[in-house]
Design a protein around this ligand. Structure first.
Ligand SMILES: [Fe+2]
Ligand SMILES: [Fe+2]
Length: 252
């Protein structure tokens, strides 16, 4: 079972980079299933129905989200659509799916999205106890987890916690790809952060001029996207049977 996992697609330039590279990557890697982190795909915040339809038509099979899952006003309705896994460790009553299970031939693959707690703002449940609970009731041939978190320590703790219990754990959220794609001792395919898909030299997708201004003044501003410049596409190919992970980093 080969799965292509695409890191945070950031706003309009992210969708542009996705369109530019996706067909070629698909032809080269021949994945059975494609999963994409869509937490920033619409205006930096979540996903719209229109973009959801576009992604499904392109052949993306499941979407994961992150700390921006609920920032859009239409999130409660959009998150009810099939094939979207929102972070599972929001509390009782949170709209959307705790996980998505895909069928490929006679095999079931479950995709789980978890949110980290270190340096993150939302008052969410413990991702470690949440994954225990989920794994207690999920019965699939394969399980892959997108751990949307800031701290590398939290990501490595989760990797060790889940080695031998799930097939792959890939990180998202920092928008910067890490150089540590590896196989853990009990077979877990792992990478701390897949990196983003969008502008290459922006400030993790945000506008350069504005980002520098904010660091100089200390005055907070709502992030604008960097509208121009070279693009990048970041993903990983997970071969769950051969136990191989390959980072894909393409750029202009
Ligand atoms: Fe993101
Ligand atoms: Fe995020």
């Amino acid at each position: 079972m080969r799965i292509l996992f695409i890191g945070d697609v950031y706003m309009e330039q992210g969708r542009k980079a996705l369109k530019k590279y996706f067909d070629q990557v698909k032809a080269d890697t021949k994945p059975h299933l494609v999963v994409l982190n869509a937490e920033n795909i619409a205006n930096g915040n979540g996903i719209t129905l229109e973009i959801y339809k576009e992604l499904m038509a392109m052949g993306i099979h499941a979407l994961t989200l992150g700390n921006h899952a609920y920032t859009r006003r239409d999130a409660p309705e959009v998150l009810e659509l099939p094939y979207i896994a929102r972070p599972a460790n929001y509390g009782p009553g949170a709209k959307g799916r705790e996980y998505v299970t895909l069928q490929f031939n006679d095999k079931k693959v479950t995709v789980i999205n978890l949110l980290g707690r270190v340096f993150m703002r939302d008052q969410i449940d413990n991702p470690f106890t949440k994954i225990d609970e989920l794994l207690g009731r999920i019965n699939s041939d394969y399980v892959i987890v997108d751990f949307h978190a800031e701290a590398t320590s939290e990501k490595y703790a989760m990797a060790n916690y889940l080695d031998g219990r799930v097939d792959a754990l890939v990180g998202t959220h920092t928008h910067v790809p890490t150089a540590d794609a590896c196989v853990f001792p009990q077979g877990l395919l792992y990478m701390t952060d897949v990196g983003m898909t969008g502008v290459r030299y922006g400030i993790i997708g945000g506008e350069i001029r504005q980002g520098i201004r904010k660091f100089l003044s200390g005055v907070p501003e709502r992030v604008n996207p960097e509208p121009v410049g070279a693009l990048q596409f970041n993903a990983v190919l997970l071969d769950l049977d051969a136990k191989k992970i390959e980072a894909i980093h393409l750029f202009e």
